[in-house]
Design a binder for this molecule. Structure first.
Ligand code: FEO
Length: 394
C-alpha cells in the first residue's frame, strides 16, 4: 500500500499490479499495470474517483485507512469495465452512505455486471458539475474510449483531468508522475494500439471536446500521471492521424520452412529498397508488439501455409486481430506455400474486411518456392516501394 499526493487533498489511492502478465485473457502486459483510483477531499464532501480491480481491493482499503477516510460521499465511476469498477460493491459495503456517480449508460452496465442496486446511483449528464465544497467535479462524456459509456472528470480548481482508460498505459511503476517519458510513451502506444486504435474517429472528436478544458495534469486509471499533458495528447494526435510510415509488417507462420523462406527473401528485398520491415513469427510473437507496429505501418503482409484448404490457424488469429483493431494501414497482401490447392488468400482477404486497404497481388508457391516465386516476391517488393513513395503526399 502507498498513498501519493497529486495536489493538496487529492491523492492516488489505487494499486499496482506488478506481476500481472495478461489482461482480458488476451493482452500481454510485459510491464504489469496499475488500477489508479483517486481520492478528492473537498471542504464538505469526499469523492473516490474509480476503484480498483477486485483482486486489489484490500490495497485500496489499506490506502483509504492510511488517510483515515471514515466516510465517502461519492464514488465516481467513469467506466464499467471491472478493472476500475469491480470493487464498487465492496466500497459500498464499507462506506454505505456513498452514492455511485455516473452516467445513465454506465449505471445500466454496473447494474448488469456487478448487480449494484438502482438506488445506489446518482446519474449525471454531460458537463454536469458536482460540488465537494471548495472543489468542483465536472463530468465530460467521452464515449467509445473505449466503451460506449466512458466519461472523464475535470477537477476544476486543481486543473486535473481524470481520464480513466483514455491516455492510460499498462505500466506498474513507483513513479506517481511520468519520469521516463520514453518508456511511458512506449507503454501508452502499446495501450493505444490494443485498446483504443479501433476508435480513432471518436478519439478525434473527444480530443477536440477536451481541448479547452484548461487542464494541467492528466490522471489516467492505468500508468503514471502526466504533469505535462501535452506529451500524451500530442502522441494521441499523431496516432489517430492518417499518416503512415514507410514500414511493412510481415506476420507469418511456417510449417515446413517454405513460407519462412519466402518471408525472409521478401524482407531482404524490402530492406534493400529502404523500407523498414517488422517481421513477426506468429508462433512466438507478442501480439502487443504486432498491435504497436500496426499503429504506423503502411503495409501488412500475412504469410501462411495452406492447412486443410485454408490459412494456418495462427494466420487466422492474426487476421482477426488486425481486422478488429482497424489500423490505418493502406496496403495488404498474402504470401505463402500450398500443397495442392485451397482458399487461403480468399479467406484472409475476407477476414480483413474492416481495413480500408488496397490488396496487392499475392504470391503463392506450390510447395518449395522456386525461381518464379522469388521473382514474384521481388516484383511485390518493387510494387510496395512504388506505393510507399507516394505515402503522406495527399
Ligand atoms: Fe482499464 Fe477498459 O478498462
Amino acid at each position: 500500500m502507498a498513498v501519493q499526493e497529486l495536489k493538496p487533498n487529492v491523492y492516488a489511492v489505487g494499486a499496482r499490479d506488478w506481476d500481472r502478465r495478461l489482461f482480458d485473457a488476451l493482452i500481454p502486459l510485459p510491464d504489469g499495470t496499475s488500477y489508479n483510483a483517486y481520492l478528492v477531499s473537498g471542504s464538505q464532501k469526499t469523492a473516490l474517483i474509480d476503484t480498483v480491480d477486485p483482486v486489489k481491493a484490500a490495497e485500496l482499503f489499506a490506502n483509504l485507512d492510511l488517510l483515515k477516510v471514515k466516510h465517502i460521499d461519492y464514488i465516481v465511476s467513469h467506466h464499467a469495465e471491472q478493472d476500475h469498477s469491480g470493487s464498487i460493491p465492496q466500497v459500498l459495503a464499507r462506506y454505505p452512505g456513498a452514492k455511485v456517480v455516473t452516467n445513465e449508460k454506465c449505471r445500466g452496465f454496473l447494474m448488469d455486471h456487478l448487480l449494484v442496486p438502482e438506488d445506489k446511483f446518482q446519474v449525471v449528464s454531460d458537463r454536469e458539475t458536482l460540488s465537494l465544497g471548495n472543489k468542483t467535479l465536472e463530468f465530460i462524456f467521452t464515449p467509445w474510449v473505449h466503451w460506449p459509456e466512458t466519461m472523464i472528470t475535470l477537477l476544476r480548481e486543481d486543473h486535473i483531468l481524470f481520464t480513466c482508460d483514455f491516455f492510460g498505459s499498462h505500466l506498474a511503476t513507483s513513479d506517481l508522475f511520468v519520469k521516463d517519458t520514453h518508456r511511458v510513451l512506449a507503454d501508452a502506444k502499446r495501450y493505444f494500439a490494443e485498446i483504443m486504435m479501433p476508435f480513432r474517429p471518436t478519439i478525434k472528436k473527444n480530443l477536440e471536446k477536451i481541448a479547452d478544458l484548461g487542464y494541467e495534469m492528466i490522471a489516467p486509471s492505468h500508468g503514471p500521471v502526466y504533469d505535462q499533458p501535452a506529451v500524451i495528447v500530442e502522441a494521441y494526435k499523431n496516432w489517430i492521424s492518417d499518416q503512415v510510415e514507410n514500414e511493412v509488417i510481415l506476420a507469418y507462420v511456417s510449417m515446413h520452412g517454405s513460407t519462412e523462406k519466402m518471408a525472409a527473401f521478401l524482407a531482404d528485398q524490402l530492406i534493400e529498397k529502404g523500407i523498414t520491415v517488422k517481421p513477426f513469427n506468429l508462433i512466438q510473437s507478442d501480439i502487443g508488439e504486432l498491435a504497436m507496429a500496426l499503429v504506423d505501418a503502411a503495409t501488412i503482409i500475412i504469410g501462411t501455409p495452406t492447412v486443410l484448404t485454408g490459412p494456418h490457424p495462427a494466420a487466422i488469429y492474426a487476421a482477426t486481430l488486425v481486422n478488429a483493431l482497424r489500423p490505418r494501414t493502406r496496403y495488404a497482401t498474402v504470401i505463402g506455400s500450398y500443397g495442392w490447392g485451397g482458399q487461403a488468400v480468399e479467406t484472409l482477404q475476407k477476414m480483413l474486411g474492416n481495413l480500408k486497404v488496397e490488396f496487392l497481388e499475392p504470391v503463392l508457391a506450390k510447395g518449395h518456392p522456386r525461381e518464379a516465386d522469388f521473382k514474384a516476391l521481388e516484383r511485390l517488393a518493387g510494387d510496395i516501394a512504388v506505393k510507399h513513395q507516394s505515402l503522406n503526399k495527399q
